[in-house]
Ligand binder design. Structure first.
Ligand code: AMP
Length: 223
């Protein structure tokens, strides 16, 4: 794709909750020296700091629903306006609706940047439910584990940083079901949206995590 803007390597990771966006974004952002911008993490950070935004977001997150577009877009616009994204960024969990995708195009236009690619990680619903129901996350560095498929060496403790592992409030069966429903209704139309724009690459998201990272790196190198 040609590029006559200020852009660095500006990428979006698309996929259902639990498809591995966070895990892969972490790997790719380290290897490519990009900023990892995860809207879910930004909301959780706000909640931890007890901000008004965090309190508002919680009412939607607890139900497995999306935080309203205007609120989310404002937060992303502020984040992408910081100088640390000059080299490029990986958006994880944004956009999640068509209006958000349109807003992203506008935000980037205002910054004289342009999306280089959208990597869609495709994972079946059955696998998503299995993954989320046993997921544990590190409170300090957000590294995910799984009780059955990827348990930590020491119970309750992160292998990477020693932080405390916890189960996210919204990783309970009822909320997982609602989040998947929300994904299919509101987010999956973005697959076609970005396909039509000619920026979509699909990656099979089941199997060995490192092999998936390698596959994604191959795709990114061709952008
Ligand atoms: P995640 O960590 O990406 O699974 O996001 C957790 C929750 O944060 C979601 O279920 C939503 O309630 C909220 N959230 C994250 N990103 C967005 C977004 N782009 N738009 C609206 N809500 C979001």
């Amino acid at each position: 794709m040609s590029n006559q803007t200020n852009s660095g390597l500006d990428l979006v990771l698309l996929g259902a909750p639990g498809s591995g966006k966070g895990t892969q974004a972490k790997q790719l952002s380290q290897q490519l020296e990009l900023q990892h911008v995860a809207t879910g993490d930004l909301f959780r950070e706000n909640l931890k700091n007890n901000t008004e935004l965090g309190q508002l977001a919680k009412t939607f997150m607890d139900k497995g629903e999306l935080v309203p577009d205007d609120v989310t877009q404002k937060m992303v616009k502020e984040r992408l306006s910081r100088p640390d994204i000059s080299n490029g960024f990986i958006l994880d969990g944004f956009p999640r609706t068509l209006p958000q995708a349109e807003a992203l195009t506008e935000i980037l236009k205002g910054l004289d940047r342009k999306l280089k690619g959208v990597l869609y990680i495709n994972v079946s619903d059955e696998e998503i439910v299995q993954r989320l129901s046993g997921r544990l996350i590190c409170r300090s560095c957000q590294t995910p584990f799984h009780l059955e498929f990827n348990p930590p060496a020491k119970e309750g403790e992160c292998d990477s940083c020693g932080g405390e592992l916890y189960q996210r409030d919204d990783d309970n069966p009822k909320t997982v079901h609602n989040r998947l429903d929300t994904y299919h209704k509101q987010t999956s139309p973005l697959i076609n949206y970005y396909k039509t724009m000619g920026v979509l690459a699909e990656i099979k998201g089941e199997g060995d995590m490192d092999a998936i990272t390698d596959e994604m790196m191959k795709v990114v190198r061709k952008l």
